[in-house]
Design a protein around this ligand. Structure first.
Ligand code: IPE
Ligand code: IPE
Ligand code: MG
Length: 250
């Protein structure tokens, strides 16, 4: 099957695919090491995997995809790897803009993008601006993102509003808190997928993933393709989400 004729397998029900899928794209470095390549070569292949996965999720009818591309903790990596990742991000966004317009994708970001080098930040802002009026799938990229950072920033904003008298303390609840997070307006992820066999959140969507279903896949991210996506969707559709209710509750 070539990339153009991607079809949702018949055993996946298009009516019950998750609305929002979040992905921790992990294992680029180990993939590269295994092949005797530089880490950045793994990141480059990781971009190809992200494109395959986005295409598969769009084919499945998923409305929101959040991709963990760079965490607040990833700034601790060697400068060469960080700058390589930032350049790769800039080039990828510039190259993919046309395709985003064709598919109707909307680019959004979460994270402290002011920390990014200006060339990368400008490319991000440009694609966010250009795709703003599209009506298709939302591709939300987490950049210099940390779940704890986001919760602290949200708390500061709510305290500021309370102190200024813009918001009543009694009116701060889980809903208002969610509405002040960077993911405001997006549903919480129904399904969270992590590649490379690691089974941890690594400071991703700490608040939003409270009731997500988790799928851990052993494949390194650069090897990810539509089949890994179909398997995760099958796994998701086989689960019973209870949200704390009794198992026989409707
Ligand atoms: C994920 O792959 C990409 C980023 C964190 C930017 P890694 O670079 O973490 O790959 P491993 O975990 O070292 O294999
Ligand atoms: C999580 O992967 C961050 C991204 C995929 C961008 P890491 O490789 O940074 O996470 P840890 O260090 O293994 O927890
Ligand atoms: Mg990693």
């Amino acid at each position: 099957m070539n990339a153009l004729s991607l079809e949702l397998p018949h055993d996946i029900n298009p009516k019950t695919v998750p609305q929002h899928v979040a992905l921790i794209m992990d294992g680029n470095g180990r993939w590269a090491k295994q092949k005797g390549k530089m880490r950045i070569a793994g990141h480059k292949e990781g971009v190809e995997a992200a494109k395959r996965v986005v295409k598969a999720l769009s084919t499945a009818g998923v409305k929101y995809v959040t991709l963990y591309a760079f965490s607040t903790e990833n700034w601790k990596r060697p400068a060469l790897e960080v700058s390589g990742l930032m350049d790769l991000l800039m080039l990828t966004l510039k190259r993919e803009l046309k395709g985003f317009m064709k598919e109707g994708f909307i680019l959004r970001t979460i994270g402290d993008i002011e920390q990014l080098p200006s060339s990368t930040r400008d490319a991000v802002k440009e694609v966010v601006y250009q795709t703003n009026e599209n009506t298709g799938m939302v591709i939300n990229v987490a950049l210099s993102y940390g779940g704890r950072w986001e919760i602290v920033e949200t708390t500061k904003e709510l305290v500021r509003k309370a102190v200024n008298g813009e918001m009543d303390l009694q009116h701060i609840d889980e809903n208002t808190f969610s509405q002040h997070l960077q993911t405001s307006g997006m549903p919480d992820p129904d399904l969270l997928i992590r590649s490379s066999g690691e089974k941890r959140l690594s400071n991703f969507l700490v608040w939003q993933s409270a009731y997500s279903e988790y799928v851990f896949d052993n494949a390194f991210w650069p090897d990810f393709n539509e089949h890994n996506v179909w398997n995760a969707l099958r796994d998701f559709q086989g689960r019973k989400r209870r949200f704390g209710t009794s198992s026989d509750a409707s």
